[in-house]
Structures are given as C-alpha cells and as structure tokens.
Design a protein. Structure first.
Length: 308
C-alpha cells in the first residue's frame, strides 16, 4: 500500500524541508530526518503529512510518546485523516478500536488503483476470488443446486478481480466500491451491469429487499471493524437461499484486533457468532490464506453463509 498521501503545507520552505527529511528517512538516517520534520512543522504547524511522517519516524526510533503526539496532531490538522493517523493511534494503544474513516479508505485506494493488480496478485500472491469461487461451488454442489447466480453484488469490487472469477456462473453483477478510481478500472472489464461509488453498507442500503442471489466480499472485511451493520444489510438484500461469501484475516485470540498491517482480523469464534447473530447459517468457514506478506502466509478464513 502507498505509505502516505502528500498534502502540501502551502509553504514552499516547509515542503522542501519535508522532501529533504523524507530522503533522509528512506536512507535510514532517522535522527536527522526527525529534526527536519520538526523544522517543517515549525514552519507550517498545520502540515498534516509532515506530522504523520514525523510520527512514523519517532515510532521507529522507539519514541512512542512522541509518535503519539505527532499522530494526534496529524489527525487534528487533517479532519479527513486521509493518512490514517487514527489507525496508528489505535495500534499504539492511544485510542480505542474503531472503524476506518471513509476518507482514508478512498484516498488509500485512489492512490493504489493504478498498480493494484500488479501489487496484489503479482507481489502478494492474492487468491481471494479463487478461494471464494471454490467455496461457493462446493456449497452449491453439496445441496444439489446448479452453480448459477442471476444477481450478484460484488462489495469492494476494486478493479474487478472477483467479477472475473465469477463471470462464468453469474448473470448481472453489481459492483460497489468507495474509490472512484477503482470503479473506473472495474468499468473497463465490461463485466458489471452496474457500478456504484459508495461505502459498502450505504451501497447495499440502496439495493431492494431480496434482490441478490449472491453477495461477495473478497478482501473487504479487513477494512470493516464491526460486521454487524453490514450483515444486517446483507440479510435484507439476499433472496431466500442466497449466499454471502467473504474472506477474513484471522487471529488466534478473541474478538477483533487491528493488525500490524493496519487491517482488522477476526477470531473464528467471533466471526461465526456475528454471522449466526445476523440470522445467517454458516455453510463453510475454513482456514485459508488469501495472500502472502514478507514471504509468509497471512492467516485467514474463507466463509460462505446462507440465508434461510
């Protein structure tokens, strides 16, 4: 993922200090970089990107108190928190676990869109859609139903990877994504009957009752802190007998945590409880890794739940 969104301070000298500091940071000269980031924020006290990057450097230097101060200032000086300073505060234990701001997610994926597929598939070995397809087909085969879905909703559709995987078994596919640039790339696939730029819960809320046979969420729940509101809309929008298929990142503890990669991970027990609490029946919930990071498989789950 891109490290940060650069937002100019409006002060040329402060911006130059930032550029010099970034060069030092990238070359490993963290103490000198910290000094120049401080100079940049002295020149431009509302320089959100400099505050955010100062927080990163201080964390690397082991100055957690100083990092928290910098991240808090970054969050305050950019009300949209487009660099995700709030998430850094959560990870450092300086803020309670909460959802990601839509402005952050939009900024993140608008930046990521041009190299999304190369980074995810080629670099990280992403295989979420293939895992979901296999799980969905297994569920259908087990109950003696054909692998065909007339109406499919692809949540967090990105560039259309899930639509490509499910194209042979899907009729009309509707894509929902918060990033306009991702939606532009999804449109180029020609696989979608409709595309909607929206946060996924809001996008589902605009869909009619019982209007989908299959709802997909490939590599989406890692950006969802509380599944309950989403699951409520999923249940409403699914037709009787419809399926909700999704991937999760998982952990061995309890509940939901924010991992080092600033993505949410669920315990298997908490995910099952949420699914059942929403009135869905878990048909498949199996350990499976949808990607690698730093050469290691990221623990995860593939789940398929049915509406009765």
């Amino acid at each position: 993922m891109p490290a940060r969104l650069f937002m100019s301070s409006g002060d040329m000298l402060a911006d130059r200090r930032f550029d010099f500091a970034r060069d030092l940071q990238l070359s490993g000269h963290l103490v000198a970089a910290e000094d120049l980031f401080v100079q940049a924020t002295d020149l431009a006290p509302d320089f959100a990107t400099a505050w955010f990057t100062l927080g990163e450097v201080r964390e690397l230097l082991g100055d957690i108190k100083g990092a928290i101060t910098a991240f808090r200032t970054a969050e305050t000086t950019d009300p949209g928190d487009r660099n995700g300073a709030g998430l850094r505060l959560m990870r450092l234990g300086a803020a309670g676990l909460a959802g990601m701001r839509p402005t952050y997610v939009t900024a993140l994926f608008d930046q990521y869109a041009p190299k999304f597929e190369a980074a995810l598939v080629d670099d990280l070995g992403y295989r979420g859609p293939a895992l979901l397809l296999a799980a969905v087909l297994d569920v259908r085969t087990a109950v003696g139903l054909p692998p065909a879905f007339a109406r499919v909703i692809d949540l967090g559709c990105g560039t259309g990877l899930a639509a490509r995987a499910f194209a042979s078994v899907a009729g009309d596919i509707i894509g929902i994504d918060l990033s306009p640039r991702m939606i532009e790339l999804a449109r180029l696939t020609g696989l979608y009957a409709e595309l909607d730029v929206a946060e996924i819960v809001e996008g589902l809320a605009r869909r009619p009752d019982a209007s989908a046979d299959l709802i997909l969420a490939a590599d989406v729940m890692v950006y969802v802190h509380d599944m309950a509101p989403l699951l409520a809309e999923v249940v409403r929008v699914l037709a009787p007998g419809g399926l909700f298929a999704f991937t999760l990142e998982s952990h061995a503890g309890e509940g939901v945590v924010l991992g080092e990669g600033l993505r949410y991970a669920y315990s298997a027990a908490s995910a099952r409880a949420l699914i059942e609490g929403a009135g869905l029946m878990p048909e498949r919930m199996e350990p499976a890794s949808s990607r690698t990071e730093s050469g290691a498989q990221v623990p995860g789950l593939v789940a398929v739940a049915a509406k009765g």
